[in-house]
Design a protein around this ligand. Structure first.
Ligand SMILES: Nc1nc2c(ncn2[C@@H]2O[C@H](COP(=O)(O)OP(=O)(O)OP(=O)(O)O)[C@@H](O)[C@H]2O)c(=O)[nH]1
Ligand SMILES: [Mg+2]
Length: 453
């Protein structure tokens, strides 16, 4: 007898049937987030992982976690019946689960179980594209794993043909002792240090050209990549999917400034933030987020149409603060997705935004509000970087050399009266030039940055 057709195709992996549980631990804390949206976010996170069939999600009241099983015995039994009936393979718990709780629940329910950190690590592992990103996730996964007996990923890894951010199949993971993990962490750190040096070199090279960097920051799914693509004409993955972007992407654009031309800036699209970002990942992604630390301006992109927009913004502010972004760095907020607001909300939000100097409302999708945003970015950066046209006398060789040595010259042409030099420089450079070569500066008349309308 021949095999039935579905068996001949058995190499095709069946999707893993997953159920999401959000433990509601609020115990009367009214300031906490609405568990409805927390569950929604957790389900979105589950959808962000390939190979899963997300069956749905439930809020489970949990005023006080039980040390052994997390949930009380009645709840465990109730969920067991449900898990069996729905043939669930994987339980995703939107919260912290201790290694003991994980093991007990996996036994009781005969499923794999991932907690929030494990899930986010899985997503990051799936998204990491650059060498540095991959190494960072591996390191974060190891430090998470080091604290627990991990077997939850086995199933997922096999099913996806070994995404393998820890290398090797699950069984060896269980056997791997701490020492092996430590050794591997040391190796990874060494490799990372090398990669980081390369990045540092790139950054130094970039710093020579005084292009200011505008870093996008914001909650995941706020629309950062959509805005980035719209402004740069790039094609960065923008998806209704949490953590669509993991590795920072940069591109230069020329912002229109007044009539006189432009201001070149580098836009940097970064990884989205999320509430309760696992500590391992905060540490791991520090390096990636250093782009935000180095930025001349931080653009906080918010999904203003999201019901929890304010809470998301607080999370982002907290993470920026934890990262050590200086409060001196100019900050703008772009309230994105204005097109998704109802007419009433749009009016109220427009008024609210108009009252705040650093807030701009618009839509990356429709393009609304982007001109005002760009003008504001140019305005805030203008004091920092400007273009000037200097006419140097023929005998001003030293002044000319000074400008060239610093890589400030963008164009040069000979004229009867001297050499006309176009420079792009910081206000500090201009001041230094002025004090060093007062005659040149005077005779040339350094052009002040043009006004923005
Ligand atoms: N209605 C509406 N949707 C938008 C707008 N901007 C972005 N979106 C949608 O929001 C979703 C997320 O957009 P992304 O640009 O991927 O968001 P992101 O901030 O880069 O997300 P991460 O990379 O996960 O941090 C996509 O489905 C976009 O189409 C907008 O102005 N209006
Ligand atoms: Mg993105």
């Amino acid at each position: 007898m021949t095999n039935p057709p579905d068996q001949t195709h058995s190499t095709e992996a069946q999707p893993t049937r997953a159920l999401v549980l959000h433990p509601d631990t609020r115990a009367g804390d009214r300031s906490a987030r609405d568990p409805k949206y927390a569950l929604e976010e957790a389900v979105s996170l589950a959808h962000a992982l390939p190979g899963l069939e997300v069956l749905g999600g439930d809020i489970v009241r949990l005023p006080k976690p039980h040390p052994g099983m997390l949930f009380g015995s009645g709840k465990v039994e109730e969920l067991r019946a449900r898990i069996e009936a729905d043939e669930v393979d994987l339980i995703l718990i939107d919260g912290a689960v201790t290694p003991v709780q994980q093991r007990n629940l996996e036994r009781a329910w005969k499923v794999k179980l991932l907690d929030r950190t494990g899930l986010i690590l899985e997503i990051f592992a799936d998204r990491a594209a650059t060498r540095e990103g991959v190494l960072q996730v591996e390191l974060a996964a190891l430090s998470y794993q080091r604290t627990r007996l991990v077997r939850a990923w086995t199933h997922l890894e096999r099913q996806r043909g070994g995404l393998g951010f820890v290398g090797g199949p699950g069984e060896t993971q269980i056997e791997a002792d701490r020492r092996a993990i430590d050794d591997q962490m040391i190796r990874l750190r060494r490799q990372l240090a090398k990669v980081a040096t390369t990045r540092e070199l790139h950054r130094a090279a970039r710093a020579k050209v005084p292009y200011p960097v505008v870093a996008f920051a914001g909650y995941t799914n706020a629309g950062k990549s959509t805005l980035f693509n719209r402004l740069t004409g790039a094609d960065v993955l923008a998806k209704d999917m949490l953590f669509a972007t993991l590795d920072p992407t940069m591109r230069s654009v020329r912002l229109p400034v007044g009539e006189a031309g432009g201001l070149d800036v580098i836009l940097s699209d970064t990884v989205g933030f999320i509430s309760d970002l696992p500590t391992q990942l905060v540490a791991a992604f520090r390096a990636t987020l250093e782009e935000v630390l180095d930025a001349d301006l931080v653009l906080h992109v918010r999904d203003i149409s999201h019901p929890e927009s304010a809470a998301q913004a607080r999370d982002v502010e907290t993470i920026l603060e934890q990262l050590g972004v200086s409060p001196d760095v100019p900050r703008l907020e772009f309230w994105n997705k204005s097109d998704a607001l109802s007419a009433d909300d749009l009016e109220a939000t427009t008024n609210l935004a108009a009252r705040q100097e650093n807030v701009f409302l618009g839509s990356a999708l429709s393009g609304a509000g982007l001109d005002a945003l760009l003008a504001a970015i140019a305005d805030r950066l203008e004091g920092r970087v400007m273009e000037s046209d200097i006419l140097l006398a023929h005998d001003a060789g030293r002044a000319r050399a000074w400008l060239h040595e610093r890589g400030l010259v963008t164009a040069e042409s000979q004229e009867e009266a001297g050499t006309r030099v176009s420079v792009r420089w910081l206000a500090e450079d201009a001041a230094r030039f002025r004090s060093r070569f007062p005659n040149e500066a005077d005779s040339a008349g350094i052009v002040a940055p043009p006004e923005v309308d």
